[in-house]
Design a protein around this ligand. Structure first.
Ligand SMILES: Nc1ncnc2c1ncn2[C@@H]1O[C@H](COP(=O)(O)OP(=O)(O)OP(=O)(O)O)[C@@H](O)[C@H]1O
Ligand SMILES: [Mg+2]
Length: 250
């Protein structure tokens, strides 16, 4: 297994303010890679640059060994992005939402129909396929958002804070599905400010603050950077020690 995604000095400035600062990360095929950081750290801006939605001020992204901006057409269908802000249409039925997004990748006819059913089934919404998205709960909308991003069978799945503001049942369901997708062969990038989620599902974690990656490793390795006895410290305390800040307010 090789590198699936690499960022080279990835940088974004808005009005001369650097929000992503010279980011160099390398993700191996088969990983669930966690990007952990507090509000405003630059996680979504990083994901938007990785997904070719926001243009970097400097640097580039290599996806499957090729420059992603230059090879967008041939690479875009290898990626599935579940953005932080819901990208679904309330006035369309669940199946129509999934069909709309899946058809963007050139999938048609009977194949499209079966991919729509398969995606809705995967997120547990097949029985609700004829309901309008606007009637869904927060957790169901999140799950529909995921269904919209998987119908084209991407190799790399990127989740930007998929569990914020939803009920615990939907939250656990989503985390289980992410692990299942990974077992079925997808590489995953998972962005969150919930360290317990990142610790539970990620094979490797990058800690981000103020636009910079300040440390990368397994949860155990990150703890080792701060103390010898890793059983005595949580990831939250590692973050606090490294930055002098809390990840979030409780
Ligand atoms: N389009 C934009 N124009 C100007 N500033 C922006 C823009 N998008 C993001 N920013 C700023 O960049 C910084 C990083 O934002 P970003 O959304 O990437 O952080 P985040 O880590 O995803 O935060 P959160 O956990 O709240 O989602 C913030 O200070 C934000 O205000
Ligand atoms: Mg964000």
């Amino acid at each position: 297994m090789g590198t699936i995604l690499k960022t080279n000095d990835l940088t974004k400035k808005y009005d001369n303010k650097v929000v992503v600062d010279n980011l160099n990360i390398e993700i191996e095929e088969g990983e669930i890679f966690g990007l952990l950081g507090p509000n405003g750290a630059g996680k979504s801006t990083t994901m938007n640059m990785i997904c070719n939605i926001v243009r970097p001020t400097l640097g580039n992204v290599e996806f499957l060994g090729k420059d992603f901006i230059k090879n967008r057409k041939s690479l875009i269908d290898k990626l599935g992005y579940i953005p932080q802000d819901l990208a679904i249409h309330g006035n369309l039925k669940a199946w129509e939402n999934v069909e709309l997004f899946t058809s963007l990748y050139g999938i048609k006819g009977a194949e499209l129909k079966s991919r729509v059913e398969e995606s809705l089934e995967y997120v547990g919404l097949l029985e609700k396929k004829n309901d309008y998205a606007k009637t869904f709960s927060g957790g169901m909308k999140r799950r529909l958002n995921i269904a919209c991003a998987i119908g084209h069978h991407p190799k790399l799945l990127i989740f930007d804070e998929p569990t914020v503001g939803i009920d615990p049942q939907s939250r656990n369901f989503i985390l289980e599905k992410i692990k299942e997708s990974n077992k079925n062969g997808a590489t995953v990038i998972y962005t969150s400010h919930y360290m317990e989620e990142v610790e539970a599902i990620c094979t490797r974690i990058a800690i981000m603050d103020n636009g910079k990656i300040i440390a990368t490793g397994t949860s155990e390795e990150l703890k080792k950077m701060v103390v010898d006895d890793t059983s005595s410290i949580t990831l939250e305390e590692v973050f606090l020690t490294m930055t002098g800040k809390k990840l979030r307010d409780y």
